[in-house]
Design a protein around this ligand. Structure first.
Ligand SMILES: Cc1ncc(COP(=O)(O)O)c(C=O)c1O
Length: 381
């Protein structure tokens, strides 16, 4: 049972599962436990639940069911997109932004790659990206929205740029493909994820960030793109991801995505107002500075630096007062290095170690934000 007096402000790290999602999943953990690959009728019914979930996810992002591969989450989707392409082009190179999640950065390190700098607002420069693309570039991976500072990248413009390069390659007789992958794990709750409108070739999604189960996600792969599998075995998931399917996870993920999309506009508007309020109050505090673009930003993210503070101490003191938030990316919070994202937008090591991330979600109210602001004042900023 969740602690009613606690204030949770770390929705970028994990979201509580929606009860409707849990209800959709439960039958597949108990009565309908059958292996979807078996031949009897009840197994076929379980298989058709996967088919329906795949169709729901496809519809949700404007894709075809055959273009959806279920994975174990954002990390695996990002890994599969990168290794799936790069493995096939030994002479190929790839580009990523300087603020990608570690599941993109660490995978990119396995191949020849270059990082594209972002400006001090956390946005990738299109001219810099264009000049970094060479005749050997096969993959560009730029995240849709950042998990630490919430900045939103101009994915449509990037897709148009990539499209142009493809045309030029065709005219020049260069047969090297050029694909655009985006990590949309943090974007799904608040932004348009219709793949045709975005113009992306591959897109990673994640259940644990959309009030669905953890350890489930999907990779959209545009029809015609062939990936090298990462997990070999029985050939499930179009041969890309072998292993008996996580049926409750898949069903729950599809339901979570459907709900997230139905709530998207309203939640974005509601949180945007709370974000504005919180940011204006924070900006009025001594030594506080907001990080990242205030315009191209997720409505639920507030990243701020309290000059001279020790962010781990602040987070622990907030926790003692029942308020949960983060120092940076939860996924790398155990590491002793300052965040590469904060360094990429020009913060010093010291400022990066004085930075707090507050991420709001469906249960966040103005009262929660007031509790946070009051506690920060108390902690003597
Ligand atoms: C932007 C982004 N990509 C990928 C991931 C990895 O997701 P998972 O830990 O579910 O594999 C995260 C998790 O925080 C994320 O924020």
């Amino acid at each position: 049972m969740a602690d009613q007096s606690a204030v949770y402000l770390d929705y970028a790290a994990a979201t509580p599962m929606d009860k409707r999602v849990l209800d959709a999943m439960l039958p597949y953990m108990t009565g309908d436990f059958y292996n979807p690959s078996a031949l009897y009728l009840r197994s076929k019914q379980v298989h058709s639940a996967i088919d329906s979930a795949r169709a729901m996810v496809a519809r949700g992002i404007g894709a075809r069911p055959s273009e959806i591969t279920f994975t174990s989450g954002g990390t695996e989707s990002n890994n599969l997109a990168i290794s799936g392409v790069m493995h096939q082009y030994p002479g190929g190179t790839m580009l990523i932004s300087a603020i990608e999640h570690d599941s993109v950065r660490q995978m990119a390190k396995q191949y020849e790659h270059k990082e594209i700098a972002v400006d001090n607002k956390g946005i990738v420069s299109l001219p810099k990206l264009r000049s970094a693309i060479t005749d050997t570039t096969v993959l560009v991976s730029i995240m849709y929205a950042n998990n630490e500072i919430g900045t939103v990248q101009p994915i449509r413009e990037i897709a148009a740029l990539i499209q142009n390069v493809r045309k030029q390659r065709q005219q020049a007789g260069n047969s090297m493909p050029l694909y655009l992958h985006t990590d949309a794990c943090q974007a799904t709750n608040y932004l348009d994820t219709q793949v045709a409108r975005l113009g992306v070739d591959m897109m990673s999604l994640n259940g644990g960030k959309i009030y669905g189960p953890k350890q489930i996600g999907a990779l959209y792969v545009r029809a015609g793109i062939v990936l090298q599998p990462q997990i070999f075995g029985g050939g499930q998931e179009h041969g890309l991801r072998s292993g008996t399917e996580n049926v409750p996870g898949i069903v729950g993920f599809a339901k979570a995505l459907q709900i997230a999309q139905s709530m998207r506009a309203e939640e974005a508007k509601r949180l945007s107002a709370l974000q504005k309020y919180c940011m204006s109050q924070l900006s009025a505090m001594k030594h506080v500075r907001i990080n990242g673009s205030q315009v191209h930003r997720l409505p639920n993210n507030i990243s701020f630096t309290v000059a001279g503070s020790d962010n781990e101490r602040v987070v622990m003191e907030l926790d003692e007062r029942g308020i949960m938030c983060a120092t940076g990316s939860a996924c790398s919070a155990s590491k002793d290095e300052p965040s590469h994202v904060l360094c990429a937008i020009g913060l010093t090591d010291a400022d990066a170690r004085s930075t707090i991330r507050v991420t709001m979600g469906r249960q966040t109210t103005q009262k929660d934000i007031d509790r946070l602001l009051g506690a920060l004042e108390e902690i003597a900023l």
